[in-house]
Design a protein around this ligand. Structure first.
Ligand code: AMP
Length: 425
């Protein structure tokens, strides 16, 4: 199957050719014909599957540029995703003259209002700001023919479901509705039943499969040695672009600071930063000015950077599905990539969940001087030395030294891992 087979407009085929996209991804192959026929669609698919083009191409197929009010609306949970979708829309709608306008919160609304007033064909935004514009009559949804709810489950998690409901209520009944979501919790199913007409469903099971081109491994390490191991991995791999995930936004700052002290050029991305600074950080990483980005899951969602060589799970993700999502940030667009997960003495249960989800064991790589003896069943702790090591001062294998409890840092859960990040070497 090739994009030519869908009977797309020449302007779209030209843009696809310029992007070097010849073959649709599975979600595109299944969704595009359904959407071109005008059906409503539920796409169970995550970012990275090509879902953005799966909805943009059918929308653009019948788009007439140059009207006053938007004909299509894409509702996203985060500004980052909205910016990414708008970027794809500009790239693939350019030969049709599609005017894409962004509307997201956290920044002043003046420029967004001015863009709206000067005419928008496609509007991409976050629920709160979109609803503000509708309520204050800056935005009319009367010409809307298509509404996309992108990452609907995230919108639910972030408490936007009522805003989404209100936006749907205010848009014409004749619209085509598309809902994309990695999972379909009950509230999303109810929303679909309320607002969609006999929707077809397309399901991508990418959630439980790691792409073949991603080489992923677990690196056992004592919590207190995680920073030192990370530095050692960066030294060995020497990647041009590295994305590091931490469990909390506070951890992004702590880890970024620690890496900077060790001579790495790092940017961090979390909701602690202002919107302008988040965009600046992302752009600097995208350009390659900073080779390392430290981020939380939320901040990294929708991150569309195809040349990440190495993904590091500094903290093992809380949910097994997030493991696949995170490591799918590398090995994109036909490139190969590597993903490493630092597994400390507190993480074994989560690792077991991940391996159960994948249906296979993940290889373990032990670097000399960085390992730990799994805790005996029953959780008894062994007495041991404090586990700080320095790459320039390698320790012996350390097999006999267990974790030592100190303040909160020896405990389980977030506090324990946060403590682990803040002292090392
Ligand atoms: P998405 O899931 O929409 O975030 O897409 C993930 C990445 O895949 C984006 O960088 C897209 O530009 C890219 N992509 C989408 N469709 C294709 C395709 N058919 N062939 C190659 N890359 C694609």
């Amino acid at each position: 199957m090739r994009f030519h087979d869908f009977g797309l407009r020449p302007e779209l085929l030209q843009a696809l050719e310029e992007a070097g996209y010849d073959t649709p991804t599975p979600v595109q192959e299944q969704s595009i014909p359904i959407l071109l026929e005008g059906h409503d669609l539920i796409g169970v698919a995550q970012t990275g599957t090509g879902k953005t083009l799966a909805f943009l191409l059918p929308i653009f197929q019948t788009q007439r540029a140059g009207g006053t009010d938007p004909q299509a609306l894409v509702v996203c949970p985060t500004r980052e995703l909205a910016i990414q979708v708008a970027g794809e829309a500009e790239r693939f709608g350019k030969h049709l003259g599609v005017r894409t306008v962004l509307a997201y919160g956290g920044t002043s609304s003046g420029d967004q209002k001015r863009s709206l007033v000067s005419g928008a064909d496609l509007l991409v935004g976050t629920p709160g700001r979109l609803l503000d514009f509708v309520n204050s009559a800056w935005l009319s949804l009367r010409s809307v023919r298509a509404v996309v709810l992108d990452e609907a489950d995230r919108m639910l998690d972030m408490g936007f479901i009522n805003d989404v409901d209100a936006i749907l209520k205010r848009s014409p009944m004749s619209r085509q509705t598309m809902l994309f979501s990695a999972t379909i919790p009950d509230e999303i199913r109810e929303l679909a039943e309320r607002y969609m007409l006999h929707p077809r469903t397309v399901t991508m099971h990418r959630g439980t499969k790691v792409a073949d081109q991603v080489n992923h491994a677990l690196y056992p390490v004592r919590g207190s040695q995680k920073q030192a191991l990370l530095v050692e991995i960066l030294r060995r791999e020497n990647p041009a672009k590295t994305l590091i995930f931490t469990a909390t936004r506070e951890n992004t700052s702590v880890l970024a600071l620690a890496l900077r002290r060790r001579g790495h050029e790092v940017v961090s991305l979390s909701s602690l930063l202002s919107q302008a600074n988040r965009e600046r950080a992302l752009e600097a990483f995208r350009r390659g000015d900073f080779p390392v980005l430290v981020a939380t899951d939320v901040a990294a969602r929708g991150l569309d950077i195809t040349d990440i060589d190495l993904v590091v799970n500094f903290d093992v993700p809380m949910h097994a599905e997030d493991y696949v999502h995170r490591i799918g940030r590398t090995g994109r667009a036909e490139r190969s990539g590597k993903a490493v997960t630092l597994v400390s003495e507190h993480d074994e249960r989560r690792v077991a969940d991940i391996e159960r989800l994948l249906g296979q064991a993940v290889q373990r790589v032990e670097l000399p001087g960085f390992s730990y003896e799994p805790r005996p069943a029953g959780g008894a702790r062994r007495p041991g030395r404090r586990g700080g090591s320095h790459p320039g001062r390698p320790r012996r294998s350390g097999r006999s030294s267990g974790p030592r409890r100190r303040g909160t840092s020896g405990g389980r859960g977030r506090a324990g891992r946060a403590g682990g990040t803040s002292r090392s070497g």
